[in-house]
Design a protein around this ligand. Structure first.
Ligand code: ADP
Ligand code: MG
Length: 237
């Protein structure tokens, strides 16, 4: 206990919430499958970053999380790796069902980076990832979604378009990630984000990541997360 407190202090790590799972020190501590461990090693990730050490056990335990850490701290793997584990634990999708995991990001570029990272970790597990953002024709996206996918990486606007044309339903969605929530608000996507969240079952696991935590984002987090653990790494505004 003392060790954990000292360690967090040294990295300016603050954690709040009740019954917080202890941080891990190595990826092996997470109990990932051999396939997932291989994929992690293939990425050249030798040990988890600070936010990953804190967030992985929390998210793997099924808890909601607010993760606040600056750009470049490794937040993507902190939500993608537990998402793979979560999906492997769910019954397989029937035809026309899915996705199980939804990741929303504010821009096409960010969504695309996440898409690539999610692909790398999903391949060896037979998990399908779909990209739902501009740059690809809606027709092709519709076809891909209809074929079925466990993970959707999306910008809010395009995701809503796809829901409207019934390219996908979120009846099976149990894992929702809002990445770069502060930028999502800066870009005016609050109504879209709220509409998406409103269509996903309330017993989902919800993860919210942000570099900063303005009051509006704080308010959304309070409304859509259940007993979240809050992890802050570094000095952030
Ligand atoms: P953030 O979302 O916090 O800005 P990213 O998830 O984009 O950060 O990660 C930043 C960079 O660090 C990426 O190039 C990613 O591949 C790399 N990275 C993530 N986790 C690790 C790790 N455990 N070890 C080494 N590199 C990592
Ligand atoms: Mg990121």
């Amino acid at each position: 206990e003392q060790d954990v407190a000292e360690y967090r202090k040294s990295l300016a790590i603050r954690v709040s919430g009740f019954d917080v799972p202890k941080p891990i020190k190595t990826f092996e501590d997470s109990g990932f499958s051999p396939q997932l461990m291989n994929a992690i090693k293939k990425q050249g990730y030798e040990k988890p970053t600070s936010i990953q050490c804190q967030a992985l056990p929390i998210v793997l335990s099924g808890r909601d999380i607010i993760g606040i850490a600056k750009t470049g701290s490794g937040k993507t793997a902190a939500f993608v790796l537990p998402m793979i584990v979560h999906i492997m634990d769910q019954p397989e999708l029937e035809k026309e069902e899915g996705p199980i995991g939804v990741i929303c990001a504010p821009t096409r570029e960010l969504a695309h980076q996440i898409y690539l990272e999610a692909k790398k970790f999903s391949k060896s597990n037979g998990i399908r990832v779909s990209a739902v953002y501009g740059g690809m024709s809606k027709f092709d996206q519709l076809k891909e979604l209809k074929a079925g996918c466990e993970i959707v990486v999306a910008t809010p606007g395009r995701l809503i378009d796809m829901i409207k044309i019934k390219a996908l339903t979120m009846l099976r969605t149990t894992y929702l990630v809002l990445d770069e929530a502060d930028r999502m608000f800066d870009l005016g996507f609050e109504p879209q984000v709220r509409s998406i969240v409103g269509q996903i079952r309330p017993d989902r696991q919800t993860l919210l990541f942000s570099a900063t935590m303005p009051r509006k984002v704080e308010k959304l987090a309070r409304e859509i997360l259940t007993d979240p653990v809050r992890v802050t790494v570094g000095e952030v505004g």
